[in-house]
Ligand binder design. Structure first.
Ligand code: SAH
Length: 256
């Protein structure tokens, strides 16, 4: 094997949220494999590289995953710097372990470059700390999404046990998430936010009560969206309710 594979976090979207290390590695890539979610501006930083789009937005690619693994291994045979670019952080809900295991089994050297995960970018969009003294001492990152042959995950228990919960890949089933959580005993008036396209030009945020989450999700456009749930959003919710035309995104921005 002559090459090394870098699993690189592309961050939530904005190109300038890349780490300096990620930008350097991308610029030095000979070949770059990227997810559909990755901003084209970030991909464009790989000026020397052959660019290969892989993967689908909604993770329905269990056969393709084996193919991606194979392509990475093959690429390491003929290229010095192979970059596998994933949205956010590569180690969060990105099937990175399958790639790490396949590369390790093939004797390929791997380096992981962290990125800003969507949960943290969403916190920044909201302008709210996900932990707060006396209010939130833990944060759960969960997803209700499971792969085709995967066992059902008890994501709701993790949400119930956490002060702040961030739910990835859930915006499309917001109503059913709210129903499940309320049925499991979460207060229907718990504040919840939907953050869409955090750090990107189409960024939007919507805040309401958990029992309004389904309705709230109808305001989403087509960008990636994430759910944040917890008392840390109480002040945001109060502000949103006090404002006329509550929940239209621009009105939810903190007054300057
Ligand atoms: N590895 C990525 C997550 C991949 S799962 C990370 O660390 O962020 C894809 C999910 O991430 C989307 O369904 C959405 O819930 C969330 N997501 C990714 N980018 C986002 C963005 N810019 N704004 C809001 N949510 C985002």
């Amino acid at each position: 094997m002559r090459g090394k594979v870098f699993l690189v976090g592309a961050g939530p979207g904005a190109a300038d949220l890349l780490t300096i290390r990620a930008a350097r590695v991308i610029a030095s890539a000979d070949i770059l494999f990227h997810d559909a979610l990755v901003n084209p501006e970030v991909v464009a930083l790989a000026t020397r590289a052959e660019k290969v789009p892989v993967g689908k937005r909604h993770g329905r690619y269990s056969t393709a995953q084996a193919f991606i693994n194979k392509r990475l291994i093959d690429a390491a045979r003929s290229h010095a710097v192979v970059v596998r670019l994933k949205g956010g952080d590569p180690l969060m809900f990105g099937r990175a372990q399958e790639e790490i295991d396949a590369l390790a089994a093939a004797g390929v050297e791997i380096e992981i470059v962290s990125g800003v995960t969507a949960a943290l970018a969403a916190g920044a969009t909201l302008g709210v700390s996900l932990t707060q003294r006396g209010l939130a001492r833990n944060v759960a990152f969960v997803t209700p999404r499971v792969g085709k042959d995967e066992a059902v995950s008890d994501w709701a228990s993790a949400v119930l046990a956490s002060d702040t919960a961030v739910i990835y890949m859930g915006a499309g089933e917001a109503q059913s998430i709210a129903n499940t959580l309320i049925a499991r005993g979460v207060s229907p008036v718990r504040p919840v936010a939907l953050v869409e396209s955090a750090s990107l030009p189409g960024e939007a945020q919507h805040v309401a009560r958990l029992d309004q989450l389904g309705e709230l999700s109808l305001r989403l456009g087509g960008g990636p969206a994430i759910i944040v749930l917890g008392e840390v959003l109480r002040d945001k919710l109060t502000q949103a309710q006090e404002l006329p035309g509550a929940n239209s995104a621009p009105l939810l921005r903190r007054p300057a």
